[in-house]
Design a protein around this ligand. Structure first.
Ligand code: UDP
Ligand code: MG
Length: 319
């Protein structure tokens, strides 16, 4: 039988994880696949790991991976995917915002020959207007800036075929914008539209500050356009400054130069200073990322790993 691994990153999700697993297990029971789930505890500070361990005891299809600390969702996902080895892998959030009941539909489309089947949100219940507006803006800006098209209104909820997973495993960059990387892989991709539910339990782990940094990650990882903006703004200002200089010199030559012009001087200095700082900031963003890559640190560290007792792993390597 074909195998399916579901990877679930969880950070302080102890409260809702049992309910999540109950719904996932029901989906597994109805699938004609050898299924397993790998919960990745991203350094939770609540009882998430205890809940995962209890679920492992009760259900042989459950595996657990515990990172040494909180590495962030992107890296938790990466760790989970690195430890998955099945014909198809599904990535899903632990908060039941993405309905597990959609997985059979993903599987059906995958069997038609698609490599990446992603869920696109037709609606996002339970999220504030501000969050929806900023998310929409982000996807629009990304679409403009990045040569790799990142599908709109699409989270990490998706299915990957074995070869798409293998491709993704080869990407070892540290600054990981997973949505972009999933798209970068290519092959045959398609969307399934669904309605996003409100969070089942607990609160979102992404504050607006974290989301802003996430957006910055996305833009700098997948687009060099901001660097170009810096150069264009620089060229434009230099050109304007040159024209202005011609005008100032011309005026001085024709009419003499009584000591005036403090306001214009101030304006020019402040404007140029601002432009220079902006350009430097942009360059700095890329430079800091280059620095992080250059250090070649491991992406994440594992505290404990327990493969599921039954499921894709067991089917792939019988002991
Ligand atoms: N998550 C994680 N590490 C983190 C933050 C979040 O593994 O540092 C997980 C979290 O447990 C959840 C998923 O990523 O399963 C999505 O997080 P959340 O629901 O907080 O994000 P939102 O849906 O609000 O964008
Ligand atoms: Mg969520």
């Amino acid at each position: 039988m074909q195998t399916l691994t579901v990877v679930v990153p969880a950070y302080n999700e102890g409260e809702g994880l049992r309910a999540f697993h109950a719904r996932l297990a029901a989906v597994f029971d109805a699938l004609d696949l050898t299924c397993e789930v790998l919960y990745v505890d991203d350094g939770s500070r609540d009882d998430t790991w205890a809940v995962i361990s209890a679920l492992r005891e009760a259900d042989a299809r459950v595996g657990g991976l515990r990172l040494s600390r909180n590495f962030g969702k992107e890296l938790a996902l990466t760790a989970g995917l690195d430890h998955a080895d099945a014909d198809a892998v599904v990535v899903i959030d632990a908060d039941l915002q993405d309905p597990p009941e959609l997985i059979p539909q993903f599987v059906r489309v995958w069997r038609e020959g698609f490599d990446v089947v992603y869920g696109t949100r037709a609606s996002r219940a339970g999220e504030s207007r501000l969050k929806r507006a900023t998310a929409a803006l982000f996807y629009r800006v990304m679409a403009r800036l990045s040569p790799t098209p990142v599908p709109r209104d699409t989270g990490d909820f998706r299915l990957l075929s074995a070869r798409a997973l293998a491709a993704l495993k080869q990407v070892r960059e540290r600054q990981r914008f997973m949505k972009g990387l999933f798209a970068w892989v290519g092959y045959r991709q398609t969307a399934i539209v669904y309605h996003r539910d409100p969070r089942h339990a607990g609160a979102s782990k992404f504050s607006y500050w974290r989301l802003w940094n996430f957006a910055l990650e996305g833009v700098t990882s997948f687009s060099g356009v901001p660097l170009k903006i810096a150069s264009y703004v620089g060229i434009a200002t230099a050109l304007l400054a040159f024209l202005y200089a011609v005008w100032v010199f011309g005026k001085a030559a024709l009419f003499g130069d009584p000591v005036r012009g403090y306001p214009t001087l101030m304006v020019v200095i402040l404007f140029l200073g601002g432009v220079q700082l902006m350009a430097l900031g942009m360059i700095g963003e890329y430079l800091s990322r280059l620095y992080l890559e250059a250090k070649q640190r491991p992406l994440y560290l594992i505290d404990e790993h327990h493969a599921p007792r039954a499921g894709a792993h067991a089917a792939a390597a019988p002991r």
